[in-house]
Design a protein around this ligand. Structure first.
Ligand code: NAD
Ligand code: UFG
Length: 333
């Protein structure tokens, strides 16, 4: 029995492949390299010294995807494959709805046909309404403000409706994943100018940008800058292993926050990065970014109680591992 990891060459998918293998699971991974490269799969093999089947397949191509279901007995699917850039989703809504929803529907169809009863879905803290009280619990009201967020909202609903008697579906709502594997072999390497804070910081430290622009210093937060719940990607990957363990023993559809439960401001993150890596980061304050909330952080108790998951890595780990991977990327160019 194998765990099928869709989007297995992506940032979170590749780290999860490593942790699944470390935990003794057999995996089969699939990706069409829309936002990744074969190097990530080679990296997983190198870190784990293990081989596993990988398929270059577009999940929108149901017939190609079905070949994996026909070849392997799959006990559980982890569905990472999808498009994830908020800004791009506003510019290309049809591509986002098509890719994120139809990949999920294709998996649901094949689960029914091949009697696969367990699925872990990559959802996001973005499914919570912006005006929800903090910290966010899984029962907070849902909503979205952009097409990307709506695709996660809609996929959650599709999966709640599809989850049948005897099935197990875990909707994992990630907060802000950062960091990289401590080997420096896999990590986040977005193409173009990064939208997210941590890759932008890492590239600035490398000299690729003049400075980090801090979007807003007049929020109602202790230092006026935006507060988020950052979670190390290796912790997040381990959370997926816990979710698989859970899905193999339970039934029903449940949502879980995967975060640290701790709010960190942009300036705190900049200072932590400087301290952890003994360097100076040029930064300046800029106007608020459209669509940003002041604060977002998780109440992580449900995942702790039901999955036995708790984020363990420190802010220093996140900063140090991000920088180690960024230097490895630089050495590779
Ligand atoms: P990523 O872009 O690094 O990984 C996604 C992978 O899916 C990529 O390798 C891409 O090539 C692949 N993919 C996309 N469409 C595909 C298709 N039709 N067929 C096959 N492969 C396809 O992103 P990530 O950061 O690893 O995110 C993984 C999942 O987690 C996504 O669903 C994302 O929306 C969700 N998520 C990410 C974050 C975050 O901040 N990184 C936060 C919340 C949720
Ligand atoms: N920020 C800056 N400067 C930058 C980039 C970001 O000041 O150059 C600030 C933002 O204003 C925000 C914080 O850093 O206060 C974090 O911003 P990110 O873009 O890194 O992350 P977001 O919280 O905006 O969004 C991320 C993902 C979304 C996901 C959400 C919740 O990008 O897809 O987390 O999981 F929905």
């Amino acid at each position: 029995m194998k765990i099928l990891v869709t989007g297995g060459a992506g940032y979170i998918g590749s780290h999860t492949c490593v942790e699944l293998i470390n935990a003794g699971y057999e995996i089969v991974a699939a990706d069409n390299f829309l936002n990744s490269t074969p190097k990530a799969i080679e990296g997983v093999r190198k870190i784990t010294a293990a081989d596993f089947p990988f398929y270059e397949v577009d999940l929108l191509d149901e017939a190609e995807l079905e070949k994996i279901f026909a070849e392997f007995e799959i006990s559980c699917i982890i569905h990472f494959a999808g498009l994830k850039a908020v800004g791009e989703s506003v510019a290309k809504p049809v591509e986002y709805y098509n890719n994120n929803i139809n990949t999920t529907l294709n998996l649901c169809k094949l689960m029914k046909k091949y009697d696969v009863k367990r699925l872990i879905f990559s959802s996001s803290a973005t499914v919570y309404r912006a005006d929800s009280p903090m910290p966010l619990t899984e029962s907070a009201e849902l909503g979205a403000t952009n097409p990307y967020g709506w695709t996660k909202f809609m996929c959650e609903q599709i999966l709640r409706d599809t989850c049948q008697e005897g099935w197990a579906v875990a909707l994992l709502r990630y907060f802000n994943p950062v960091g990289a594997h401590e080997s420096g072999i896999i990590g986040e390497n977005p193409s173009g100018v990064p939208n997210n804070l941590m890759p932008f910081i890492a590239q600035t430290a490398r000299g690729l940008h003049k400075e980090v622009r801090v979007f807003g210093n007049d929020y109602d937060t202790p230092d006026g800058t935006g507060v988020r719940d950052y979670i190390h990607v290796v912790d997040l990957a381990k959370g997926h292993v816990k979710a698989v363990d859970y899905a193999l023993k339970n039934t029903g559809c449940e949502a879980f926050n995967l975060g640290s439960g701790r709010g960190i401001s942009v300036v705190e993150m900049l200072q932590a990065f400087e301290r952890a890596n003994d360097l100076k980061l040029p930064y300046s304050f800029a106007p608020r970014r459209a669509g940003d909330n002041a604060v977002s952080y998780a109440n992580p108790e449900k995942a702790e109680k039901m999955l036995g998951f708790k984020a363990e890595k420190t802010l220093e780990d996140m900063c140090r591992d991000t920088w180690r991977f960024q230097r490895a990327v630089q050495a590779d160019v």
